[in-house]
Design a protein around this ligand. Sequence first.
Ligand SMILES: C[S@@+](CC[C@H](N)C(=O)[O-])C[C@H]1O[C@@H](n2cnc3c(N)ncnc32)[C@H](O)[C@@H]1O
Length: 269
Amino acid sequence: MRGKMGMISNDCKEYILPRTLIKPTLAAMITPATDEQMDDSIDGRTVDTEAWRRRVGSFIRDHAPLRPPPLCPEISLHLADDMAGAWAAAEAALAATRVPPPFWSVAWVGGQALARYLLDHPDRVAGRHLVDVGSGSGLVAIAAAMAGAGSVTACDLDPLARVAIAMNAATNHATVEIDPADPLTTTAMDADIVVAGDLWYERQIAEKITPWLRRQAAAGRTVLVGDKRRAFFPRSGLEPLADYAVPTSQDLESEALTTAGVWRLESGF
Ligand SMILES: C[S@@+](CC[C@H](N)C(=O)[O-])C[C@H]1O[C@@H](n2cnc3c(N)ncnc32)[C@H](O)[C@@H]1O
C-alpha cells in the first residue's frame, strides 16, 4: 500500500517516488537515474564548480532547514519537510530538468540506526579509516567522525548530496572527506570499515551494493549496514548488532514509527 506520497513502502517492495506530484520528466528518470548521476553533469552542464556549489548551498539553506534527526539529536542536518517539493524546487532553482531525487534531504531510517550505533559504540571506529557509501545527507559519516574515526570519507553519486554533506559536516564540526567517484567501481580502497545506510530501496542498486560490500568483507574490512529490512536487504550472512525504534512519517515510510537494524555483513554469501 502506498503512503500519501508513496515514498518508501515495504509492501510495494521498491522505492516509489511521488509520481503523481511531479512532472513526468522527473518521474521518468527514477529508475535509470543512477547511471546518469555518475558523471558530474546535470542537463549536460558541468556541476561541482565553485559557483554551482554556492548556488546549491543557497538552495539547501532555503529549502532544508537545520534540524536533528529523531534518533541522533546531537547532530543537525539540512532536512526538507517535503522531499517532492524540494525536488521540484531544486529544478527551478538550478534551472535544470534532470536533478536527481533529493535523497540527501532525508535522514533515512537505516542511516539513523547506523549513525546511532556508531555514536554509542565509538570503539568500533576509533582511529580507523571509514568509508560511507551512499552517504546522502552525510549522517552516518558525521556520526563516525564524531565517534572518533581516524578518517572518514563520504561517497555519493549525487552532486547536490555532496554539497549537503559538506554543509552538514561543517555544521557539526565533523571532518569528512567527500569523494565524487563511484566506490562500486573502485578497485583499491583505503578503508578499514565500510558503512552503508538505507541502500536497499531499489533492486538495481541493491543487486550491485550487496555483492560489492561482501567483497569488502572478504578483503578483511569491517562492513556495517543499517536498514529497516526493506525488500532487497539481504536475509543471510548478517551478524545482528542492534535494533532501534525510529520515529518517521506516513509520507516517507507509510508508518509513524518503524524498526531499523544494524548488522555486520559477513563475506562469502
Ligand atoms: C536512500 S539514500 C541513503 C542516504 C544515507 N545513507 C541515509 O541513510 O540517510 C541513498 C543514497 O545513495 C546514493 N547512491 C546510490 N548508489 C550509489 C553509488 N553507487 N555510489 C554512491 N552513492 C550512491 C544516492 O545518491 C543517495 O544519496
